[in-house]
Design a protein around this ligand. Structure first.
Ligand code: AHR
Length: 502
């Protein structure tokens, strides 16, 4: 029996809702078809945004949406995506499938989508192939509420009042697709570009995000921070940034042969999960470098691209990155979100890649049909952690599981928070493919009076399809009971569980 100890008296930090964030790029069928079908589509929509998808995302409580990329961001020229749609420039999306991008989804459409979703905005600017002026003018266009060339242009395009940019990314993967830069070179460009992201509304500041490392590239983190913290302006003691990003994808094998999304053996199951829980080490080690520059943890680490990256579904465009999503994805999501919660002192945002029809999506669409993936259900089950307070917790008697010594993973993964109304939210994942886990929850003082528990489980390869959309779905967890001062339940092999305790 594993014992999950919870000290409800020991709050460890605030879990920013943005940890449950998402990412959408002009890539494959994410924006077009997945989110935006246009006003004239037969698919029910509001101002071009698919109603079914918007409603599902609202139910999941999407807190923030990053856009327009990704690699696409450093080739995107925002002025191509404003004004009358029939006059917008067409271009080739060179990164993703070489298809025609007609720019019918641009700045106005993005803010309209976020309005419908009720989520915060995270716009990613172009450093790789864009100018300082272009970036500066984009922020002016979106956020200035006065008389200026860009504010006037926005008004002429039909939007009188400014929007709010909550977060602005200064470039994307500038160590790679965003310009193949060195950390020092990018660090200097970051200092320069961010200078011209003006704060037009002090009541609604634009938070600036510096491009951080890929996976274990500690050299990048050190080099960029050293450059940004050198000879600081007195008012810019924090390296001119509010946050630094981190990108990390779980690729079961190697980049040439990533592995199938739906067909894998036991060894690959554990290898995938071992790569997922490696996120803990990445955050710890990048965080340790950040601590040297920012011991008070004022700069957030935004893991603004994460998730599983498999081979594309057979027969689909290799440039579209369309993949299925099984219980393995659910376990990756469950374990990773627990890690983010536990690092909430440094991790202030995370965006899974990507929202619809690309990589580890929460939603897949086919024409007018839509399915919710196992990953969707995990985000839905974890939504109560958003803006809750992390509680101290640990599992006594947790062992490791796995077939290969180097790919062993913790049997159980957990995190615990308390909401404003005093409800304790517990999320537990059982990473074993074959072994059920009896669990006892014990509190420091709390005497539980009620518990509501749900579970997502199935065999490892289980997934939803357009013909069978409810193969994997959240159900009530039976056999979960209060026994005296403790709660007992069994976490089935390959499951994600969520409990609300009063
Ligand atoms: O999410 C797909 C791509 O992965 C993004 O465009 C890029 O930032 C990353 O390499």
């Amino acid at each position: 029996m594993a014992v999950l100890h919870i000290n409800e008296k020991e709050k460890k930090g605030h879990i920013n809702a943005e940890i449950y964030g998402h990412f959408s790029e002009h890539l494959g069928r994410c924006i077009y078809e997945g989110l935006y079908v246009g006003e004239n589509s037969d698919i029910p929509n509001v101002n071009g945004m698919r109603t079914d998808v918007v409603e599902a995302l609202k139910e999941m409580q999407i807190p923030v949406l990053r856009w327009p990329g990704g690699c696409f961001a450093d080739e995107y020229h925002w002025k191509d995506g404003i004004g009358p749609k029939d006059k917008r420039k067409k271009m080739i999306n060179t990164h993703w499938g070489g298809v025609v991008e007609d720019n019918s989804f641009g700045t106005h459409e993005y803010f309209e989508l976020c309005r419908q979703l009720g989520c915060k905005t995270y716009v990613n600017g172009n450093v790789g192939s864009g100018t300082v002026q272009e970036m500066s003018e984009w922020v002016e266009y979106c956020t200035f509420d006065g008389v200026s060339p860009m504010a006037d242009l926005r008004k002429a395009n039909g939007h009188e009042k400014p929007w709010k940019i909550d977060y602005f990314g200064v470039g994307n993967e500038n160590w790679g697709c965003g310009g193949n830069m060195t950390p020092e070179y990018y660090g200097n460009l970051y200092r320069r570009y961010q200078t011209y992201i003006r704060q037009y509304n002090n009541a609604a500041p634009v938070r600036k995000v510096c491009c951080g490392p890929n996976a274990a590239d500690y050299f990048w983190t050190e080099g960029v921070l050293k450059t940004c913290f050198a000879a600081p302006h007195p008012a810019q003691a924090h390296g001119y940034m509010d946050a630094m990003s981190l990108h990390y994808y779980v690729v079961p094998n190697d980049w040439e042969h990533k592995g199938s999304a739906t067909q894998f053996d036991e060894a690959e199951w554990y290898r995938t999960l071992a790569k997922a829980v490696y996120m803990d080490e990445l955050i710890t080690r990048h965080g340790a470098i950040m601590d040297q520059y920012d011991p008070e943890k004022k700069i957030g680490l935004y893991v603004d691209e994460w998730g599983c990256w498999f081979d594309v579904e057979p027969g689909t465009n290799p440039g579209f990155l369309y993949q299925q999503n099984t219980m393995r994805d659910a376990l990756v999501a469950g374990a990773t979100l627990n890690i983010f919660n536990k690092h909430c002192d440094r991790v202030k945002m995370a965006c899974i890649a990507q929202l619809v029809n690309v990589l580890q999506s929460v939603i897949l669409t086919e024409g007018p049909k839509m399915i919710l993936t196992p990953t969707y259900h995990v985000f839905h089950m974890y939504k109560k952690h958003q803006n809750a307070e992390l509680l101290h917790s640990y599992i006594e008697g947790n062992k490791t599981v796995g077939t290969d010594e180097k790919d062993r993973v913790p049997f159980l993964s957990e995190s615990v928070s308390v909401g404003e109304d005093g409800t304790v939210h517990v999320t537990v994942s059982n990473l074993s493919l074959s072994e059920d886990a009896p669990v006892e929850i014990s509190f420091a003082q709390l005497k539980p009076s009620s518990v509501k528990a749900s579970v997502l489980t199935g065999q490892a390869h289980a997934h939803n399809t357009f013909d069978a959309p409810e193969q994997v779905k959240e159900t009530e967890l039976s056999g979960c009971a209060i026994e005296g001062d403790v709660i007992r339940f069994t976490a089935p092999a390959c499951s994600v569980i969520s409990l609300d305790i009063r």
